[in-house]
Write a protein that binds this ligand. Structure first.
Ligand SMILES: *[C@@H]1O[C@H](CO)[C@@H](O)[C@H](O)[C@H]1NC(C)=O
Ligand SMILES: *[C@@H]1O[C@H](CO)[C@@H](O)[C@H](O)[C@H]1NC(C)=O
Ligand SMILES: *[C@@H]1O[C@H](CO)[C@@H](O)[C@H](O)[C@H]1NC(C)=O
Length: 187
């Protein structure tokens, strides 16, 4: 019994090794072959408007836990957002993109979000390009640092961080304006 098991295992192992040797599913290429030249450090500055109240909210609750209504930190609350990004704190200032994604209250002791966002730019050379943001957001702290884990378009292979600063937060409605300073390496 052990014998046939070993035989089959060896056969599978051998054939998978052969398959790897014979296949062409990977190759090393130079960054130039993708038109990627010199890596640059870029600073982006804008304001995100998260509107949870009124007739045109930009962020809506999509789920909550049975126990969220008894949690002082809103633990288990999950929302999805399509928040405008503008050049100034005034919601009427020029829109440069959208912050689209999920945020959930993910801490039982502090009010902290897990954020999973695509920053979708719509202006100039960044039109159509995205940055992917992932991080912990202590929304009542004045300043927080989140991670830029990647990007697309102009921002492919991007990495960096986002400094978030509270501009305004309405405790009653939850409406927030947040200043973003992003530093990102990209090609
Ligand atoms: C919280 O919500 C649950 C249902 O999701 C409900 O059964 C419960 O009564 C609510 N508790 C409070 C304190 O509102
Ligand atoms: C951004 O790209 C879209 C789609 O290609 C286009 O419709 C739009 O006019 C562009 N916006 C700017 C400001 O260039
Ligand atoms: C809003 O709530 C937070 C957390 O409870 C508190 O630290 C802050 O002082 C409140 N702000 C206002 C303007 O009430």
């Amino acid at each position: 019994m052990a014998m046939w098991f070993i035989t089959i295992t060896l056969t599978l192992l051998f054939s998978s090794l052969t398959a790897a040797e014979n296949s062409d599913f990977f190759e090393y290429v130079s960054p130039n072959s993708l038109g990627l030249k010199k890596e640059k450090l870029l600073h982006l500055h804008f304001f995100l408007h998260d509107v949870t109240s009124g007739s045109k909210p930009t962020a809506v609750q999509i789920a909550e836990a049975q126990t969220t209504n008894t949690s002082s930190t809103f633990f288990g609350f999950l929302a999805i957002a399509d928040d405008p990004l503008t050049v100034g704190p005034d919601p009427g200032s020029k829109v440069v993109g959208k912050g689209q994604g999920l945020y959930g209250f993910s801490d039982q002791n502090e009010v902290a979000l897990v954020m999973l966002f695509n920053l979708v730019f719509t202006e100039g050379k960044f039109n159509g390009s995205t940055l992917s943001l992932l991080g912990r957001n202590l929304i009542f702290e004045n300043e927080r640092e989140l991670t830029i884990v990647g990007g697309s378009g102009v921002f492919k292979l991007a990495r960096g961080f986002a400094d978030l600063k509270k501009y305004s937060l309405d405790n009653k409605t939850g409406n927030a304006i947040v200043e973003y300073n992003i530093y990102v390496f990209h090609y």
